[in-house]
Write a protein that binds this ligand. Structure first.
Ligand code: PEP
Ligand code: MN
Length: 377
């Protein structure tokens, strides 16, 4: 029984937010024909538009499950003939592109270990030249927005205009909460730079644990992402890859019921005026923030002149330690987080140092010293 009607793939590329979320789901890897069939039957009934399943798995360590390759493409093809659900697989090189085109795969995605390498991306872009197949491009493993944008541009230039981006988080050595840190500012900036490219969130690879998948999906929806790609498996605990992050069918059904899709705006004029009022307050406060920062930098430049006159170094570790301690304490008393305050003050401090050094390097005393050094040389 179809409980939720699915969007067609073209609704994703028409970029209509009213059809959100465009749902892609399925196992991390295609493990057997039965697994593909049961997943597709269930996910279609849940309004999922596209079945995902990796057939070539790039693994960190050897001797792990590396996918069933062409045989698995055959299972997916049979699934589509029987169940009429489109499917997507990951490609990591030109050879994969040739294979998926033979099987008339509906959509392909490029993984994080591939988008990190412009040579591989170019190879895939060349293999796709002139071919009209939708391509979803995951962010590279490291938090490098230009690299992600570059991968999108290379594929887009191969005359393949149906391109979307998938945010799957960024690797970091010591993060315990997430498998891959979301760094939400990066996909938000990508959307600002490339507004016509639909944005999909992959909460499974961001969180690495199934209990957090609904939470991260909700954030993505509240940030106006167009869709979600979620790993779902008939028996997640025995999955051959990414067992901890895949949802069971029951968990997926529960998650679908709980996901809230908020509107972009409200039509209620009274409510809208309240929002406008709050935005006016933010505009005024930002004006004050900028004036205050400018005043602070002016004082920093005065300190720079003082230091050059008295021949002392710019960086004073004791003073910096004291600033960090007192400011984080002050801020925390007013409900600001320690992490935010530390980041904020380290940016302010770096800028102060730069402003001080520009005063010092342009001071007449320094110019004199440099000139006499040059004359000696
Ligand atoms: C995947 O989607 O199964 C996968 C390997 O993801 P990523 O490239 O994001 O690690
Ligand atoms: Mn996976």
């Amino acid at each position: 029984m179809i409980e939720h009607p699915a969007n067609t793939i073209s609704t994703l590329f028409s970029n209509e937010v009213k059809n959100r979320p465009f749902l892609i789901a399925g196992p991390c890897g295609a493990e057997s024909k039965e697994q593909i069939m049961s997943s597709a039957l269930f996910l279609k009934s849940q309004g999922v538009s596209l079945l995902r399943a990796g057939v070539w798995k790039a693994r960190s360590r050897p001797n792990s499950f590396e996918g069933h390759g062409i045989e698995a493409l055959g299972w997916l093809n049979e699934m589509r003939s029987e169940i009429n659900m489109p499917f997507a697989v990951e490609v990591a090189k030109a050879e994969h592109v040739d294979e998926v085109l033979k099987q008339e795969c509906d959509v392909i995605w490029i993984g994080a270990r591939t988008s990190v390498n412009p040579f591989l991306i170019q190879e895939i872009a060349d293999a796709l030249n002139g071919v009209k197949i939708p391509v979803l491009i995951k962010n590279p493993v490291n938090p490098d927005l230009d690299l992600w944008q570059g991968a999108i541009e290379r594929i887009y230039k191969s005359r393949n205009k149906q391109v979307a981006a998938i945010h799957r988080g960024f690797s970091s050595y010591e993060n315990k909460t997430y498998r891959n840190k979301p760094n939400w500012e990066i996909p938000i900036e990508l959307k600002r730079r490339l507004p016509e490219i639909p944005l999909i969130c992959d909460p499974s690879h961001i969180t690495g644990k199934r209990s957090m998948v609904p939470f991260v999906s909700q954030i993505a929806m509240d940030l106006n992402f167009n869709g979600l790609m979620i790993e779902v498996h008939p028996q997640p605990d025995t999955a051959l890859s990414d067992a901890k992050q895949q949802l069971s069918f029951d968990e997926f059904a529960q998650f679908r019921k709980q996901l809230i899709i908020r509107k972009l705006t409200t039509e209620d004029v009274f409510e809208l005026s309240k929002l406008e009022d709050l935005r006016d307050q933010i505009d005024e406060i930002d004006q004050e923030v900028i004036n205050t920062l400018a005043k602070r930098m002016k004082v920093a430049r005065a300190i720079g002149s003082y230091k050059v006159k008295n021949n002392i170094t710019i960086y004073q570790p004791q003073r910096w330690k004291e600033i960090m301690e007192t400011r984080t304490r002050l801020g925390m008393e007013q409900q600001l987080s320690k992490e935010f305050l530390e980041k904020l003050y380290s940016i302010i401090h770096t800028e102060s140092i730069e402003q001080q050094s520009s005063v010092m390097s342009s001071s007449p005393k320094n110019i004199e010293a440099n000139t006499s050094e040059n004359q000696k040389a």
